[in-house]
Design a binder for this molecule. Structure first.
Ligand code: 4AD
Ligand code: MG
Length: 428
């Protein structure tokens, strides 16, 4: 059996294909079946007089999403999508499908999410997830190419990684355990062993809001680099994001076209990205009438206003201490703030990265843990990293679904993960 993507190599030859029926139509003498095999789709043509009655009967019994095995000749045909069609000599039904719930018409999003296990087969969903797969591969290629070592971090953890508000807690043989909100504390520990490291895995947050940019389980890439300051960190981020976009443009042309993505908005995504300090950002927001006060984190609406005037991702750097996590390094030039950045994607997508230089001073870090009322004992191992050879280091986390939503131009990040986990959704 061959794959549809290879048809070009078999023009004029007989081949065997297997796949799922997308559509069928016939007019008594001639019939057409569009077959999808996961690598592409192709139209199969049956001429009643030229096929045996069993094949014609099989065609007549076909329902949407039935699985068929087809033998036929590959013909080049400029009018056909993909450039080829199959002149069928035999067709067998391998798995007749019951009436398929997803029809070529508009369905409500709840219905589609309830049928996510089937919705995955639809062309726009396939295209979005193909871009995701390419971006994930590009993540590994980028870091491998730069000599980073991949570190797999635990999902069951004892210490709170980010903040207490969004923890999934579980019983761990009588002890409290949390699903990881981040792998960061562990990649920091791996830095003295390997210098440049990254982790890439699922992370969990009990987000009690239903927004288009929050999942309760999402995938995050987190590099950590020894001897990198906040500035080096932002440079790594702009190189990284530019590379991900470039790879999608290079290898996902068809998918982006199907998704009707205006790729001219992505073509110029190259370093350097513009930067604005948090304090200046607040000034700019107030100037356009926002009621935000210095000290609060930026919301989606603020991010939208700030990014409107740029067509590149925008760095907002050095947020107030109280708006960010305990591990960020105090800014020596303005101790009210920390050395950190958020990278905001344009076109209304907003934050795709959060990064910072880490607090490397033992006493200051311990003080921050106390101020945040975090259980100090759970961090004794983390504080060891400052006791036994502390060093300047920085890192960041990029959310895969938000990044792919921006690259594909999809509004909701739930479409860019195969099986989204949302506040009200644990199935399928
Ligand atoms: O800004 P965050 O919370 O940063 C961290 O977790 C750091 N420990 C990363 C690091 O420095 N190693 O999250 C990083 C990114 C966000 O910018 C966003 O893209 C994504 O993770 N993210 C989410 N994506 C989907 N659903 C959610 N609920 C998300 N929360 C964060
Ligand atoms: Mg953040």
């Amino acid at each position: 059996m061959i794959e549809i993507r290879e048809l070009g190599r078999y023009v004029g030859e007989a081949v065997d294909l297997g796949g799922w029926v997308e559509t069928k139509r016939g007019h008594g003498k001639v019939a057409f079946v569009v077959l999808r095999d996961g690598t592409g789709s192709v139209q199969c043509v049956l001429v009643k007089k030229q096929v045996d009655p069993a094949t014609w009967d099989a065609f007549e019994s076909l329902t949407q999403e039935s699985v068929v095995l087809v033998t036929g000749e590959v013909r080049a045909d400029e009018r056909a999508p993909g450039g080829f069609e199959i002149g069928v000599s035999s067709l067998k039904v391998a798995g007749l499908a019951a009436e398929y719930p997803i029809q070529p018409k508009e369905h409500g999003v709840d219905f589609l999410l309830d049928h996510r296990h089937l919705w995955l087969r639809s062309s726009l969903q396939r295209a979005g997830l193909m871009v995701r797969a390419e971006v994930e591969q590009a993540v590994h290629d980028f870091f491998y190419g730069r000599g980073f070592v991949r570190i797999d971090t635990p999902i069951l953890t004892g210490a709170i990684g980010e903040h207490a508000g969004t923890l999934f807690e579980t019983d761990y043989f009588g002890e409290r355990a949390f699903l990881a909100q981040t792998g960061q504390l562990y990649v920091e520990a791996a830095c003295p062993a390997f210098r440049k490291v990254y982790c890439f895995g699922p992370t969990f947050r009990a987000e009690k809001s239903k927004t288009r940019r929050h999942l309760t389980e999402f995938w995050m890439v987190e590099p950590e680099v020894a001897f990198a300051d906040s500035d080096d960190n932002m440079r790594l981020q702009e190189d990284f994001v530019s590379y991900l976009v470039e790879r999608a443009l290079e290898n996902c042309r068809e998918e982006l076209a199907l998704l009707e993505r205006d790729t001219s908005r992505l073509e110029h995504v190259r370093p350097p990205f513009p930067r604005i300090s948090y304090t200046d950002a607040i000034g700019r927001l107030k100037a356009v009438g926002s009621e935000i006060e210095w000290g609060s984190d930026l919301g989606a609406a603020d991010e939208q206003i700030l990014t409107e005037s740029y067509d590149l991702p925008l760095f907002v750097y050095n947020y107030p201490k109280q708006a960010k996590a305990f591990y960020m390094k105090e800014n020596p030039d303005d101790p009210r703030t920390v050395l950190c950045d958020d990278l905001l994607a344009p076109e209304g997508y907003g934050e795709i990265i959060g990064g910072s230089q880490r607090e490397d001073d033992l006493d200051r870090l311990r003080e921050r843990i106390r101020e945040e009322e975090l259980p100090e004992a759970a961090y004794s191992w983390y504080l060891d990293l400052r006791r036994y050879g502390t060093f300047p280091h920085s890192g960041f986390g990029l959310g895969v679904e938000r990044t792919v939503a921006w690259i594909t131009g999809r509004r909701h990040i739930r479409e860019l993960i195969p099986f989204p986990r949302l506040m009200n959704r644990l199935f399928p």
